[in-house]
Design a protein around this ligand. Structure first.
Ligand code: C5P
Length: 232
């Protein structure tokens, strides 16, 4: 049949990147982290010394961004202007600035266009770079805007406590009360900023919700695999 497209949305700290990579590797699919593209756009604006408070200038810069996404789920990389920025864009200053860039509607249109091109490249044998192995794309608006016609559409959620604990462990290697509090502002504020663009906390029609609050990583991977396999 047609190569499958799996669309996964969710808030920060829902574990969607880790889960999506694992499921993609398991199913032999390509993996596209669309959040990394918004982070790359932020990095690129910084590098070009574009004023982030000037929406028109940001849009012009992002349209000219030379971005390459390496979609191997075992080693996904982000390369911008020949620089491998995979690790750098996870840093605190990009994370703090990314919502401003992501709420720019011209930036969203441009990146959605590039995301659809990545999906097409992985699903049209011969035309794209692959044999048409199919792809998992994850982000905030994949099920609704970028790929509403995906084979499988999933919303990965987790309650605030679980998401805070994951981010705290990721950032500080601990999830005691003080560390949770230090992380809260970061997570809750970014969710609030992001939710002005797309409603990623509630599932759109036809989107299956998986709640990972009480599940281990392995259990969540298994639950997502069940949903995907049931759909094909
Ligand atoms: O998933 P991650 O935390 O790396 O995403 C970084 C930022 O990119 C989010 O905070 C959000 O502002 C933006 N984003 C988006 N739409 C997507 C994916 C990410 O606006 N599809």
């Amino acid at each position: 049949g047609r190569p499958m497209v799996v669309a996964i949305d969710g808030p920060s700290g829902s574990g969607k990147s880790t889960i999506s990579r694992r499921v993609a590797a398991e199913l032999g699919l390509a993996y596209l982290d669309t959040g990394a593209m918004y982070r790359a756009a932020t990095w690129w604006c910084r590098r070009r010394e574009v004023d982030l408070t000037d929406p028109a200038a940001v849009a012009v810069a992002v349209r000219a961004m030379p971005l390459q996404m390496v979609t191997d789920p075992d080693a996904p990389r982000v390369v911008c202007d020949g620089v491998d920025i995979t690790d750098e864009i996870r840093g605190a200053d990009i994370t703090a600035a990314v919502s401003v860039v992501a709420t720019n509607l011209d930036v969203r249109a441009e990146l959605a266009r590039r995301q659809r091109a990545e999906i097409a490249a992985e699903t049209h044998p011969g035309e794209g770079r692959s044999e048409g192995r199919g792809i998992i794309a994850e982000g905030r608006d994949i099920t609704t805007v970028v790929a509403p016609d995906a084979t499988v559409r999933l919303l990965l959620i987790a309650d605030e406590r679980a998401r805070l604990a994951r981010r705290a462990r990721e950032l500080h290697g601990a999830d005691d009360d003080a560390t949770l509090e230090a992380t809260r502002d970061l997570v809750v504020r970014r969710d609030a900023d992001d939710s002005t663009v797309s409603a990623f906390m509630t599932a759109a029609d036809g989107v299956v919700t998986v709640d990972s609050s009480l599940l281990t990583l392995e259990e969540t991977v298994a639950a997502v695999l069940d949903v995907v396999r049931a759909a094909v």
